[in-house]
Design a protein around this ligand. Sequence first.
Ligand code: ADP
Length: 285
Amino acid sequence: MISHLKPLLSNLLNETITKVSSVSGGDISQAYKIYTTKNSYFLKLNSASTLNMFQAEAYGLELIAKTNTIKTPKVIAFDSFENSAFLLMEFIESKRATAEDFKLLGEQLATLHKCTSDSFGLDKDNYIGSLPQSNSAHKTWVKFYTHERLLPQLELAQQKGLLSVSECPSEQHIKNHLELLFKGIKPSLLHGDLWSGNYLISKNSEPYLIDPAVYYGHNEVDIAMTKLFDGFGNAFYESYHSYFPLDENTSARIDIYQLYYLLVHLNLFGSSYYGSVVSILKKYF
Ligand code: ADP
């Protein structure tokens, strides 16, 4: 529990803590709602070695917030203390999304995706789930997606004995197959891990993004993740695609972007994701 942290948190907030309750739903850390006499806050807690993860998360939340396109909870602090690391932020009281909320989420995500850069990647590496995610910059999306996304996960799956060498395409093979599909793609600022657990709709109907794995990449990567496990209403896609229309290669790219997330799931959670990974590898490579 968090009793050892209470004095430090009270000090940081300059408020008296009146109650702490557990929040369920996280995969990686323990989560708590911290009540004070004035406000409530959200705390993520893990072992001291995860401070880098919290630092990367805070960086992503603040980078998205700075674009003024879509909200993220305000970060208050991240630090380590004794054997723990923590990330403290604003608590968002949330509700179920209505069609109107999905419409606004789609619009705001599209405006986030209009934020661009002169290369693909980011000035900092981060994490996808608990796995490291390299954001080394590349001038082309084919190079970035091959070297920083597919190859590291394919190699990890081989090391873990989850895929064989013959099941994994070579670097050149991947690049040859992506060249046409990835023509003309421009960098967009992405959330990077946009499944339905990573947005919140506040009680006053403002969309928030949480738990990001940000970088500049192809906007359809975020859309691919929204479609992997569902949880985004039709109004979301209608409003989003009025800014970024679909083209004849979108559906193939969605499969190829889902491959990255499926490889991550294979590496994190094991062989139940093997079939989906292999079927995309066979279809496209
Ligand atoms: P993890 O990184 O461990 O997967 P999450 O970031 O997914 O943790 O958070 C765990 C739970 O807490 C989720 O159900 C999420 O909806 C909720 N949550 C996350 N951030 C906030 C916040 N700022 N305010 C309120 N609830 C939050």
